[in-house]
Design a protein around this ligand. Structure first.
Ligand code: MSP
Length: 602
């Protein structure tokens, strides 16, 4: 059995070997990922100024925020917090997409002035995000002056370089998707009143035939460049199934793209510079938001080379084809990564107003708490395929993993009955020697070493999962370790030991020390996903804010014969149950209510 130190050394060795191999095969992306693996064990502050820029899509203001929107935002928030944890200088932008036909129609249906209408809904997104702990650094609205100026400049650059020309667009248009579609992208359908209509094959939304004099963008010029870019950088679009999908789309010719609408049809938008009769296509307008946020056209360079987008699968075409083509035309660097996620259905059905199954995130947070909702979305949300949401699933997951496993562990290991002095207990090397074979007085058994080995390896594993946008796998790995730690406590049953017997007392404290060290690791690693819950764990353990960074993931130093700064320090105050068990209320409405967490035997 190896000691934690051996494990760290072994991990580094594997990593270095992989890196050389990757370099040899000229796979720079693999090399850079592996180098990051190493960083978690080094106190390297040189990267503290390294920029990282993450974005969510900007949200249409035609409807109120729902659980799907919150999922995009929580995913990006989690990536942002993870980079902050690692010491990056991370910037995180979100906001609202307020122009276009769809918003114009929504405002008119509501009988409201478009800007007032947009402000109301934009504020409701802001409110939900603040409630949900979305730590954005920038909130952009496309109706802001700074954005109009950025879009006008961007347009002028494309036009002056000859990528925009005046033409006629004739074809299908879907207003709900604000998307132009080719004949192969539409299908026949019979609507609820028995009429034959055409719909978008992908979204199912109704399409209309339109013919207009528009400005056209030379999208077709970029097909080969986009293919080269994606083939040379197989990690740009993640998960990989979406990368393959885009490559497949690019196998066929792509037509030039209409990038404006006649003012007679669309008034709510940004006018084409020099031609007030045309309004800029809402997707060109919206995509430029990512540049506006970082100060385009004057000050964007530093941040722009570090940009990563989180997008839902429905808007992949706009981000993986149109956007890179616009950027290439403007002579700007392309995004580093496009993280794609799938959609949430509710009890097996697509979320829709007409079905009345839209989940309001404020209600969900009220029922399950912010941490409960965030944990469920990130733990259950698999980016590659759609996920189903229903209350019972949230309740079961939160109860078993947060209330029972994690909360139970914290409660047991900090209980005054086991730890009457309420200090971070002493570790005894002879009870838990570095190597299992060392010392005759060792009390730890092989499963205990296996648990320690798993927790030591956790940061590397979590980081790898984050690199691939597999946040759910990172949470699964943490949850597995929590289970192992609970099994360790159960196996060693510290409550059976006698504090008045010096031998027992040393072993009891060692069991608690190891368990609190595990909890400290879980607390630090969980900060990006469930920040409040993680804060409560770390505060109860007496871990200071400056001891919560990636560099503090130095697990069980005492076992290595090194100092543990926490040993002997007073624990933080007991603020009660970590996560209250949730219970379904009886009868209609399926609304769960809070129940108290059951106290452990200890
Ligand atoms: N305004 C555009 C984006 C422009 S970005 C330059 C847009 N807005 S949206 O409000 O319709 O969608 C915003 C995000 O929410 C997208 O990533 C979309 O995939 C996501 N979701 C909308 N419904 C969803 C689910 N049911 N499940 C998960 N995410 C969903 O598109």
């Amino acid at each position: 059995m190896r000691s934690p130190c051996c494990i760290l050394t072994r991990t580094k060795t594997i990593v270095l070997r992989l890196s050389r191999h990757a370099l040899h095969r000229r796979l720079p992306h693999v090399y850079s990922i592996r180098c990051q693996d190493l960083r978690c064990f080094c106190t390297d502050h040189s990267q503290s100024s390294k920029p990282y820029y993450i974005t969510t899509p900007i949200f249409y203001v035609n409807a109120s925020p729902h659980i799907g929107h919150v999922y995009s935002a929580v995913t990006a928030d989690c990536l942002h917090r993870f980079k902050l944890l690692q010491g990056y200088n991370s910037r995180f932008a979100t906001g609202t997409d307020e122009h276009g036909l769809k918003i114009q129609q929504a405002a008119s249906n509501a009988g409201k002035d478009p800007l007032n209408f947009c402000t109301e809904v934009s504020d409701s997104f802001k409110h939900v995000f603040q409630r949900c702990g979305i730590l954005y650094t920038d909130y952009i609205r496309t109706t802001e002056k700074r954005h109009r100026q950025a879009v006008e400049h961007f347009w002028t650059v494309l036009h002056s370089k000859g990528f925009i020309y005046k033409g006629t667009y004739e074809g299908w248009y879907s207003t709900p998707d604000e998307s132009f579609l080719t004949p192969t992208q539409v299908t026949d359908k019979t609507d609820s009143e028995g009429r034959q209509i055409k719909v978008s094959t992908e979204s199912g939304h109704k399409v209309e035939w339109m013919k207009e004099d528009n400005y056209m963008f030379r999208l077709s010029d970029f097909r080969t460049k986009l293919l080269d870019w994606l083939r040379l950088n197989p990690n740009i679009i993640q998960p990989v199934n979406f990368h393959h999908l885009v490559l497949q789309w690019l196998e066929d010719d792509i037509p030039d793209l209409s990038v404006s609408r006649q003012k007679s049809r669309l008034q709510w938008g940004i006018s084409v510079p020099g031609d007030p009769e045309q309004i800029i296509y809402v997707w060109l307008d919206a995509l430029v938001n990512y540049l506006t946020v970082v100060g385009y056209p004057q000050n964007h360079s530093q941040w722009w080379t570090a940009v990563h987008h989180v997008v839902g699968k429905d808007i992949l075409k706009f981000h993986a084809i149109y956007w890179p083509a616009f950027l290439l035309a403007a002579g700007l660097p392309l995004p580093k990564t496009i993280f794609v996620h799938s959609h949430w259905t509710v009890e097996g059905k697509k979320m829709s107003k007409s079905l009345g199954n839209v989940i309001n995130p404020l209600d969900a947070m009220e029922k399950f708490t912010v941490d409960g909702l965030r944990y469920f979305l990130l733990r259950q949300g698999v980016p590659d395929s759609d996920c189903d949401y229903y209350d019972d699933k949230v309740i079961k997951m939160c109860n078993s993993e947060l209330a029972d496993a994690l909360g139970g562990l914290l409660n047991r290991c900090t209980a005054p009955s086991l730890n009457p002095t309420q200090v971070y207990p002493q570790f005894c090397n002879s009870c838990f020697p570095k190597e299992p074979s060392e010392g005759l007085r060792g009390k730890a058994v092989s499963e205990d070493y296996r648990m320690v080995e798993a927790v030591s390896a956790l940061p590397v594993l979590v980081e790898q999962h984050f690199e691939n946008l597999h946040i759910y796998k990172a949470l699964e790995a943490i949850s597995t370790c929590v289970r192992m730690t609970n099994a360790f406590v159960q196996r060693q049953a510290p409550w059976k030991l006698d504090r008045n017997n010096p031998g027992d007392q040393q072993w009891l404290d060692t069991i608690l020390h190891v368990s609190l060290e595990c909890l400290r690791m879980y607390g630090i690693l969980l900060q990006p996903m469930v920040p409040d819950l993680a804060d409560r764990i770390l505060s109860r353990l007496g871990v200071m804010p400056e001891e919560r960074s990636w560099d503090s993931l130095n697990f069980l130093m005492k076992c290595e014969g090194r100092d543990c700064g926490l040993e002997g320090r007073a624990l933080g105050p007991d603020l009660g149950v970590l996560f209250n068990r949730l219970e379904r209320s009886q009868g209609k409405g399926r609304t769960p209510k809070m129940a108290t967490q059951h106290k452990s035997k200890s």
